[in-house]
Design a protein. Sequence first.
Length: 115
Amino acid sequence: VQLVESGGGLVQPGGSLRLSCTTSGFTFSSSVMRWYRQAPRKERELVAVIFSTGGSTDYADSVKGRFLISRDNVKNTVYLQMNSLKPEDTAVYYCNVRYGGRIYWGQGTQVTVSS
């Protein structure tokens, strides 16, 4: 199983970024995919989840209305569109999948929101 995040960077407050997590080695279309983030000196927190059946989604309260998770079951990729970014969104963002009784993480992508 491999998860590779990309799309992070430096953005000004109010800006947007789209993160991608390209995957391989498991049945992506039937797997629940999650985005987490970890800010300096804070615990890793769940940001968004997208279910396999019907593609329903859920979000942390702190990002509702600003972030959108989506998936492409042909490209085996999950996305996180982040709008109206705030300095408190600064963190390393990770995608995650639970498969075959194990939990897998990507290497993360840094998002920095600063003027």
